[in-house]
Write a new protein. Sequence first.
Length: 109
Amino acid sequence: MAWPSIAAPTYTTGGEIYLPIIRTEFEGGYVQSRPRATRWTRRWNLVWTAMTEADFQTFEAYFRTMRTTDTWTEPVTSTSYTFRFSEGSLKWQHVNLGVRSLSVGIETE
């Protein structure tokens, strides 16, 4: 399955580089932490502030049918990443007739 041919996310899209850690706090105020994994994960929150209804329907169909990983090209750097959706939900609102705002999280494998 290929990333749908829709408008790119808006430039309010942000991301993070994440390394899961295990953190233990002690009564004396000390904290001990260590990495839970050895691999960093990249995460993005893709945001469309004015997505057309046609693009929304295309993306919704893609979201409903994608079950594994896919390739996404980050629009600013043109770097391709293998990703999966980080949540099982697609968050959207109507902002005007035939226009929606939409946000969805993705992360590298």
